[in-house]
Ligand binder design. Structure first.
Ligand SMILES: [Mg+2]
Length: 411
């Protein structure tokens, strides 16, 4: 198996060079290698806009699979940075956290509505939960437009902890910050916390009664709500920025999830999310990311997780990209496997932030969390400029969120 550190040698860096382009100038061959022997280079393929759709290939492998052949290519010199200047300007922590918060806030007013009802409502803008809406909101009259919920609060609490600890993860302190959120109203979009999930509540009770932080997460099958996945984004960014190997990433993600959700099914969901986010950011191509992280790595996951755990993700592994797949086969629940499947489905079947998040909300029931998880990936993938301004303009504490993420990414 290729370790993620080895993999990164073949991925895009600021000094990645363009060595060939085809005569239509819509396909570029890039490499990080230097030296005279082009045949031994490991190459990366990119299109005109710098979207990567193949990497870590040899020249001969590429030529075997290219219908046109090298005759249509010519030597050229340049850098990937010239091809796609925006690639290195992104800040994943900021883009993803704002993407998560916007999705979360967009989904809040229709939380717990059925799929059928949500599609009837067909939300286009950030709505408040006032009465007089065309639908009855669960949060009747309590939550204004643009307010993000527990999902984003817990992600911000985790970010804040890591930032305060100078970039180190202290899981006990992360748990303390979670309690500061729920018990003291810190890290909230309004002046009060809202949206606490049942499994998270149980974990908080255990912690208050003296159970060590890493043992607080429920380990029953029924503890597999999406409450760890919805707040795992900061830890995913931590693993990506530190270029951890897959084994190290799994270790961090397992512990981060275990604060509230200790079952393997939740762990595997958070782990796949992290690797998928990583590939989406590097390749800017969700289809390739899905293939690399979900399809190719199935045997790897199988070697680490029980069969029942793998079976929980059957739809994600085997069904969502099949032709004729009916997305309504994904159940309307708050189950972690359904949430990840929804998020990946939405990313694969849209090509911009707004459509991804609207599609996620359209799955109904746990609309804010589905949209928060989808939004974190879509935000990181399309960047801050891809998020609709009319949504951003009403987001509560937008600047504070961006500052939180900025500080987090620096430590
Ligand atoms: Mg929520």
């Amino acid at each position: 198996m290729i370790k993620s550190n080895d993999r990164r040698k073949d991925s895009i860096r600021p000094d990645t060079r363009i060595v060939y382009r085809n005569m239509y100038q819509d396909r570029y061959i890039l490499t990080n290698d230097t030296g005279p022997d082009m045949e031994s280079y490991r190459i990366i393929l990119a299109d005109r806009s710098g979207r990567i759709y193949g990497e870590n290939m040899s020249f001969s492998f590429m030529l075997d699979h290219d219908p046109h052949g090298l005759a249509e290519y010519e030597h050229t010199e340049g850098s990937f940075k010239e091809l796609n200047p925006a690639y290195f300007e992104r800040n994943t922590a900021v883009d993803g956290l704002i993407g998560q918060a916007v999705g979360d806030a967009f989904g809040v007013p229709v939380e717990f509505l059925s799929r059928k009802k949500v599609r009837e409502v067909n939300l286009q803008d950030m709505a408040g939960c006032e009465s007089g809406l065309s639908f009855e909101s669960y949060w009747n009259n309590t939550i204004p437009a643009g307010a993000w919920s527990d999902d984003t609060s817990m992600a911000v609490a985790a970010m804040s902890s890591v930032t305060a600890n100078n970039g180190k993860i202290d899981f006990d302190d992360v748990m303390k910050q979670f309690l500061n959120w729920w018990d003291r109203g810190q890290y909230t979009s309004l002046e009060f916390p809202f949206g606490l999930g049942g499994t998270v509540d149980k974990a908080f009770r255990r912690y208050r009664s003296g159970v060590p932080a890493l043992e607080c997460g429920g380990r029953d099958f029924k503890d597999n709500g999406n409450g760890a996945l919805m707040r795992i984004f900061p830890f995913a960014v931590y693993c990506i920025q530190h270029e951890l190997t897959e084994e190290e990433t799994l270790e961090v993600i397992r512990k981060a999830g275990s604060l509230t959700h200790g079952h393997e099914i939740s762990t595997l969901g958070c782990f796949i999310y992290t690797l998928f986010l990583d590939e989406c950011i590097r390749l800017r191509s969700p289809d390739t990311a899905y293939f690399n992280v979900v399809k190719l790595k199935m045997p790897y996951y199988r070697s680490l997780f029980y069969k029942e755990t793998m079976d929980a993700y059957d739809m994600l592994f085997n069904k969502i990209t099949r032709t004729g797949f009916d997305p309504d086969a994904i159940p309307e629940t708050g189950y972690v496997a359904d949430c990840l499947t929804t998020a990946v489905y939405c990313i694969l079947n849209t090509d911009n932030y707004e459509d991804a998040v609207k599609t996620a909300v359209g799955f109904g029931y746990d609309t804010d969390t589905n949209a928060a998880v989808t939004g974190s990936i879509a935000g990181a993938l399309y960047g801050l400029s891809g998020i609709p301004e009319r949504w951003l303009n009403v987001l509560e504490k937008k600047d504070e969120l961006a500052e939180f993420a900025e500080r987090f990414s620096k430590v």
